[in-house]
Structures are given as C-alpha cells and as structure tokens.
Design a protein around this ligand. Structure first.
Ligand SMILES: [Zn+2]
Ligand SMILES: [Zn+2]
Ligand SMILES: [Zn+2]
Length: 323
C-alpha cells in the first residue's frame, strides 16, 4: 500500500507530505523532507506546486517530486516516479489492462483548467480514476504484472560520467556509481508521455512480454492482422462483438477495424484490423482474455492462408536440418 498522504482541505498548495510510492519514499521510517512551497511548476499541468526533496536511504540519490498532487491524484500515481500507486506499473500498462480512456488534456490552457476542475472533484484520498467498468481479465492481468515490493535499486545514484570515460579520480569517495551504464528502465522518457500513458517504451515492453507469455506472440508473418475469438456467448452478434472490442480498446478508432466476421454456429469470430500495429495493441490488451456479453472469450492470433502451408516444412528440408 502506498503511504497515506496528509491531504488537507486547502488542497495541493499547502500539502504537508507528498504522494509517493514505497520505493521513492525509501526504507528509512524517519525520512526528513525539505519542502519548498511553489518551488517549481508541475511537469504535467505546469502550475506551481509544493516541491519536496529527500534522501530515500544511505548511499541513495536525492529524490524530488516532479508533478503536483492534483495531477498525481487524477492518475493515482507517485509524484516522483509517476508509476501507478497500487500496481507499481506505468500508467500505459494499467490503462491498457483496465481499458481506461485517457481524458487528461495536453495543451497548456486546457491542462490548467482541467487540473482545477479535477481538484474540485477529488475528495480525500479518492483518485480520479473510474475503473469500475474494468473487466476481471484486465484486473487479473494487472495482478500478474504488479510490482508490489519496493524496488530500492531504483533509488541508487546515477552512474559516474567520469568513471565511464575512465577519468574519475575520486575513487571510493565518489558519490556516483562506478559501473558501466545500463539502460535504466525510467531514463530517457519524458514526463508528459509517461503520465498520459502514451508512446512509453517501458510500458510497451511490459505489455508485449506479457502477451508473449500468454501465448499471444505476434506471428512472424506481418501480413496477419486478425485476432480470432472463440467460446463466444450464444447471445453475441457481430454488432455486440464490435462494440465490446471498441470499448476494450479506448485508443482504437472504429475505422481501424476492417471487419468483424462472426461465425455464430461455431461461436467464434475474426476481428480483422487494418493495421498490424493495432492488432498487436489488441493482443496485448486482451492477453488475459476478453469479456463479451458476459462470457470470457478465448483469444488467438489469426492465421494467413499461406501461413498454414508454411507451417509444415517440406520433408526434404527437415532431413537436411537433422542430418
Ligand atoms: Zn499538475
Ligand atoms: Zn515513486
Ligand atoms: Zn566517480
């Protein structure tokens, strides 16, 4: 559970404590925070907010809050790492699994207006997320992906740039890490994209790895853009399938679906997308199944006609391979 923030009636301006995940807070129960009112403008809504700075543990690097409390509450994320407070995951992963619509506006004026509006709507610790409609398959997926234990390694100091060049003379006194740089999962990403949950390479990796594990690895034949649904409800129709599909993929437009071919007799359907990337998005979102008309339906990638032939290599090829 995330630490409870001290939320007072006046709202974010006079916040006494930031909204943080356990990892960013660190393992020291007596952590001392320095606080600067209106210290910086929020990384997402651009309004000035109370900035907190603290050391999350011995030998760790100082952390600061980068977005305001209103923005954090709207998305239920940590003010410092921007990961979801409940699951410890990027918002893009959470929102994909729960089929949450990204409503937060992006232009400066709208952002400020929106943040003010949301501030009025938020009360107590309630977040701005409406996940009431979330499917059980989506929640299951999040439980499987969730990082529930604090991950203090993330708080380590930055890699020493002098050491990398072979020039650091500070030796063991150097406060930075003396090791080869690895691509940190949270580096090189911008706050806006991570907050709004779009074009997030970390989220994409998590989602695609999970889909692979669930048996939904995208076929090598990139002309395949269909997803096969099985065990459909007897009540399902082409229309109900189409509307459930769209509801579960808030980022997909109706025009991106080429067709839905329902075979009522065998209670299955093909959802044909126009683009491969959209089919991949669907496979990721449905990695734990999809609910249509009260029924959890099976998900598989479609197969191309030529793909069936290619799947059985000719006998001659086999014998050379194993000789
Ligand atoms: Zn903000
Ligand atoms: Zn955090
Ligand atoms: Zn150094």
């Amino acid at each position: 559970m995330p630490p409870k923030a001290d939320i007072n009636k006046a709202g974010w301006e006079q916040s006494e404590f930031p909204i943080l995940c356990e990892t960013c807070l660190g393992d020291n129960p007596f952590v001392r925070m320095s606080k600067q009112e209106y210290g910086r403008s929020c990384g997402t809504c651009a309004r000035p907010f109370t900035v907190f700075r603290w050391n999350p543990g011995t030998g760790m690097r100082f952390k600061t809050t980068v977005i305001c409390q209103t923005c954090a509450k709207v998305k239920n994320v940590c003010q410092t790492c921007l990961l979801d407070l409940e699951y410890g995951l990027p918002t893009q992963v959470r929102d994909t699994a729960l089929a949450l619509q990204n409503e937060a506006p992006t232009s400066d004026i709208n952002r400020e207006y929106y943040a003010q509006n949301m501030e009025g709507k938020l009360d107590g610790n309630k977040s701005g997320l409406d996940s009431g409609r979330a499917s059980s398959a989506g929640k299951e997926m999040l439980k499987q992906l969730a990082r529930t234990d604090p991950y203090y390694k993330r708080n380590r100091p930055q890699v020493c740039s002098f050491f990398v060049k072979g020039e650091c003379t500070r030796g063991t006194e150097c406060p930075y890490r003396h090791e080869r740089p690895v691509n940190n999962e949270l580096s090189h990403q911008n706050i806006q994209d991570r907050y709004h949950g779009r074009n997030d390479p970390v989220a994409h990796k998590i989602l695609s790895t999970h889909a692979d594990r669930q048996g939904l690895k995208p076929p090598d034949d990139t002309t395949i853009t269909s997803i096969f649904l099985s065990s459909l409800s007897q009540q399902s129709t082409e229309l109900s399938i189409r509307s459930h599909v769209l509801q579960s993929l808030p980022s997909v437009q109706p025009t991106q679906i080429k067709s839905v071919v329902h075979v009522a007799k065998s209670r299955c359907a093909f959802v044909n997308f126009k683009e491969r990337s959209v089919a991949e998005t669907a496979a990721q979102a449905w990695a734990n199944g999809l609910e249509i008309d009260g029924e959890r339906v099976g998900i598989k990638w479609g197969r191309s006609r030529t793909g069936i032939k290619a799947a059985t290599p000719p006998q001659t090829q086999l014998s050379t391979e194993f000789s």
